[in-house]
Write a new protein. Structure first.
Length: 284
């Protein structure tokens, strides 16, 4: 009972903070994305390098990851367009990539390219997708650089509703395993139940935005958005499960009492963000 209370309290405060950071302004969104990237990268590197990173290694790779997220955020907000030379903005990250490989010439590791690949994989898996969330907040309106975070909130709401719906229907009707080798508890019944809940959530979001005159997509596009989000979110969840199973880890961390680590909370987003960005770029 105590664990349920702790989990509920943590969830309420965490969701409230996320919603506030998204709704307040683009700067608070950047701060949220930086926190997600930084903490998630720490957990990722701790898992794949099994705690063998030094403090300076953590600092270098995490700082570079946050910088990559920041570059993507700057592109979405059109801050980059105000600068005369974008190369100066990209240069620190490009130098970082060069340093990752150059240091392997002197490190004398048995598998130097494995180390370099793992270091950069965290940025492709976490930092870049998290940065793309800022583009979704400007989706359809970025040419005017107007911050309209409703689409980003819609993405998160659809994921949260899908997760809840999948859990309830899976616990009630689940018999056929979705991907038993990686996640034994997930079922096809839970997946399809979650899809149904997500489509209803998309319908509700459409109705609310339509009522306030700020809707930017037809209903069938909202249904398509929900399907794209939940399918990619499921792949994101399974990908993190594969990572943890590969390295024998139950939770990515303990930063969120009752919920595990930051990666455990945003694993779905790591795949849903790029999928949603591609979808919205096509239909809007």
């Amino acid at each position: 009972m105590k664990s349920v209370i702790v989990r509920s309290i943590t969830g309420i405060f965490f969701i409230a903070f996320v919603v506030w950071a998204i709704m307040y302004n683009p700067i608070s969104l950047w701060a949220l994305l930086a926190i997600i990237t930084g903490v998630s990268l720490y957990e990722f590197y701790k898992i794949i390098f099994k705690g063998e990173f030094s403090f300076m290694q953590y600092m270098m790779h995490i700082t570079a990851g946050i910088y990559l997220t920041t570059i993507v955020w700057m592109e979405s907000t059109m801050v980059m367009d105000a600068t005369d030379n974008k190369a100066l903005t990209y240069a620190p990250y490009l130098l970082y990539v060069m340093i990752v490989f150059i240091t392997e010439l002197y490190a004398k590791r048995e598998e130097p390219f494995t180390y370099a690949a793992k270091s950069l994989a965290g940025h492709l898996y976490i930092a870049l997708p998290v940065g793309l969330l800022s583009f979704i907040a400007f989706s359809g309106l970025s040419i005017f650089s107007i911050y309209m975070p409703t689409m980003l909130l819609a993405l998160l709401v659809i994921i949260w509703v899908y997760d809840t719906g999948a859990f309830v229907t899976g616990m009630t009707f689940g018999k056929h395993r979705l991907f038993e080798r990686i996640s034994p508890k997930k079922s096809w019944e839970g997946f399809w139940g979650g899809v149904g809940f997500a489509i209803l959530a998309a319908w509700g979001i459409y109705a609310i935005l339509e009522n306030y005159g700020i809707n930017s997509m037809e209903l069938y596009k909202w249904f398509g958005f929900a399907v794209v989000v939940v399918v990619s979110a499921t792949m994101g969840d399974l990908t993190e499960s594969l990572l943890k199973r590969t390295y024998g880890v139950k939770d990515s961390g303990k930063i969120l009492p009752g919920h595990g680590g930051m990666m455990d909370r945003f694993d779905s987003v790591f795949m849903a963000a790029p999928a949603a960005y591609i979808y919205l770029s096509i239909v809007m």
